[in-house]
Ligand binder design. Structure first.
Ligand code: GDP
Ligand code: IMO
Ligand code: MG
Length: 421
């Protein structure tokens, strides 16, 4: 039996969706355990191209069962669309996708409040995905949340009425428009009826699976440095993103999580506000154009920077990473020189990530090392030996700094564009 967590070691969008898709083949269960549909995981395989927000990215493996744990927050309309889209694409999910009744629902007021808070903060805004994530987690921990269980126990109407009384006052005070109880009630009752066949308590299924030695793949959403506690607070997301979240979010005791794969982009990207020490600000430069990406969830432009080894090393320590899946190495092809950040300095003294807060991290001086690049297209390489020597050196340099082996190397977005070592 293995329980393997796949986590992003930077600020999200490291390529977790692709990694989970190719790792899912030998898995009995693939599970989401944190975050919500702020996640956008890209999968490109024989079925097509998918941007997935809630269903585990391993659902394409036909013998795998998908689980959405209680730690996930769900916008039901997004989940219904996703299920329909997958079924239409020939990936039958019925009977092999289960949603925990403990998961919290993103309500219309969460999305409205997310937007209103962001606008009220002005220049100090987080740059959220505006999917209602902060407000729904705030309700969860302040006992104001609505869960699927509330439909089964007939508490939904009562809890919704109470919440709308509270939330409409805040919405109106911030200049928004009040929501109508009947409209929200009918809309969400409809969602519940559609999703009811997929809602099932996961406790026995997970516990029996652990006892029977089944293989679990746990798919993190977001990245290590968007974690509420260990990320660049307040420029973070509202859930725990380090592997310990999988324990609470799925009911798997921590001792079972023995493998942690850190999906690590060969450079760095970030969406939204917050520090990015190796950020490249020369928008006309070759490297900026190469690294540039469009966000899978919001369509925003991702900010880009060189690889930051202090970030990767800190992620290794926080997550107990056992292997690295290095992604997007192909994107570096054609660069004469590649910069890598090997550490930070502040007032001439070496500092580590954990020594400074987000505002301090914005001011650190990055210590760079320069490496020679390679000109060859590497997208067809399928073995390590086929890579140009300088690309091999780049991979080995990461392994050495991180103290963790690079087991997979992404050389293109498609499932098969992967080197396995
Ligand atoms: P996730 O949120 O971690 O699943 O990552 P996203 O899907 O948001 O962003 C990763 C982007 O990189 C997507 O467009 C992927 O298709 C793409 N991608 C993943 N791995 C590779 C790779 O090795 N090479 C290239 N060129 N693209 C990749
Ligand atoms: P995946 O799983 C990248 C960022 C947002 C914003 C901050 C808070 O695809 O890697 P939120 O909507 O969560 O309240 O926004 O977190 N963010 C992500 N950035 N990838 C993600 O997910 C993200 N999910 C949230 O851009 O800065
Ligand atoms: Mg993403």
């Amino acid at each position: 039996m293995t329980v393997t967590a796949v986590i992003g070691s930077q600020w999200g969008d490291e390529g977790k969706g692709k990694a989970v898709d190719f790792l899912a083949e030998r898995m009995d269960y693939v599970a989401r355990f944190n975050g919500g549909n702020n996640a956008g995981h890209t999968v490109i395989n024989e079925f097509g191209t998918f941007k997935i927000h809630l269903v585990p990215s391993g659902i394409f493996a036909k013998n795998t069962t998908g689980l959405i744990g209680g730690g996930v927050v769900i916008d039901p309309a997004v989940l219904i669309d996703e299920i329909e889209m997958l079924n239409k694409a020939g990936i039958g999910v019925d009977g092999r996708l289960w949603i925990s009744p403990r998961s919290h629902l993103i309500m219309p007021y969460h999305k409205i409040l997310d937007g209103l808070y962001e606008e009220a903060k002005g220049a100090g805004a987080t740059g959220t995905t505006r999917r209602g994530i902060g407000p729904v987690f705030a309700d969860k921990v302040s006992y104001n949340g609505i869960r699927w269980t509330d439909f089964a126990s007939d508490m939904f109407e009562q809890r919704l009425q109470m919440q709308l009384e509270l939330k409409n006052k805040i919405i109106i005070a911030l200049g928004g428009e009040a929501l109508k109880y009947e409209t929200v009630r009918d809309e969400y009752r409809g969602y519940y009826l559609k999703l009811k066949p997929y809602i099932k308590e996961l406790f026995s299924l997970v516990q029996d699976g652990l006892k029977e030695g089944k293989n679990f793949l746990l798919e993190q959403a977001m990245g290590t440095f968007l974690d509420t506690d260990w990320g660049t607070y307040p420029f973070v997301t509202a859930s725990t993103t380090i592997p310990s979240a999988a324990s609470a979010g799925l009911g798997i005791p921590p001792k079972y999580i023995t493998n942690v794969i850190g999906v690590t982009k060969a450079y760095t990207t970030r969406v939204g506000a917050g520090p990015l020490p190796t950020e490249i600000h020369d928008y006309e430069s070759e490297v900026y154009k190469k690294f540039g990406e469009v966000a899978a969830t919001t369509g925003r432009t991702r900010r880009v920077g060189w690889l930051d080894l202090e970030i990767v090393k800190t992620a290794v320590q926080l997550s107990g990473m056992t292997e690295i899946c290095l992604t997007k190495l192909d994107v570096l092809s054609g660069l004469k020189e590649i910069q890598v950040c090997v550490g930070y300095k502040m007032n001439g003294e070496a500092v580590r990530y954990a020594d400074v807060d987000a505002y301090g991290l914005d001011k650190v001086e990055t210590v760079h090392q320069s490496m020679s690049g390679w000109s060859e297209d590497i997208s067809k390489a399928r073995t390590f030996e086929e890579l140009p020597v300088n690309a091999q050196k780049y991979v080995k340099m990461i392994e050495e700094a991180a103290g963790v082996p690079v087991k997979w190397i992404g050389v293109g977005p498609e499932r098969e564009a992967t080197i396995r070592r």
